[in-house]
Design a protein. Structure first.
Length: 148
């Protein structure tokens, strides 16, 4: 990744490398739960950012709203309902398990918690699933664009 790389995928891959290094070395600190959800968001947002083609102001507003959210459910719904992209059930289930980690593992509050090793394991599973899904969608989209 060189200078000027600034897509959601570039940022996701950069954090993915950090996440994998920390996780694979046995570091399963609570921060990885938050980072894990954020990586998943960036993978899904990359698809939206690069391939959603709004045709009017309302659709543009929905795209922009999706790109501002930290809610994985909203991102999945946008992919499915607004872009017609099917998210595998297994991927959706893994993302569902970590939805909310971005906020709830960063600051004290009513819904906050310090992530357990098991939570970080769930984040790792979700990151791998979101990455695989995103890279597959990108390959398909690029193939379709060059075929047209």
């Amino acid at each position: 990744m060189g200078l000027g790389s600034n897509t959601y995928l570039d940022f996701a891959e950069n954090d993915y490398d950090f996440f994998r290094s920390a996780y694979d070395s046995g570091n399963k600190g609570s921060a990885l739960a938050s980072i894990g959800q954020n990586i998943c968001e960036r993978y899904l947002k990359h698809i939206i950012s690069e391939y959603a083609e709004p045709e009017n102001d309302q659709e543009q507003f929905k795209k922009e709203r999706a790109l501002r959210t930290h809610n994985l459910h909203i991102l999945i719904r946008y992919l499915r309902d607004d872009m017609g992209i099917s998210v595998p059930e297994e991927t959706e289930d893994k993302l569902d398990k970590i939805n909310g980690f971005y906020f709830s593992t960063r600051y004290p509050g009513d819904d906050s918690f310090i992530a357990s090793e098991r939570d970080v394991d769930k984040a790792s599973d979700a990151v791998e699933s979101a990455r695989k899904f995103t890279l597959e969608v990108c390959r398909e989209m690029e193939t379709n664009q060059t075929a047209n």
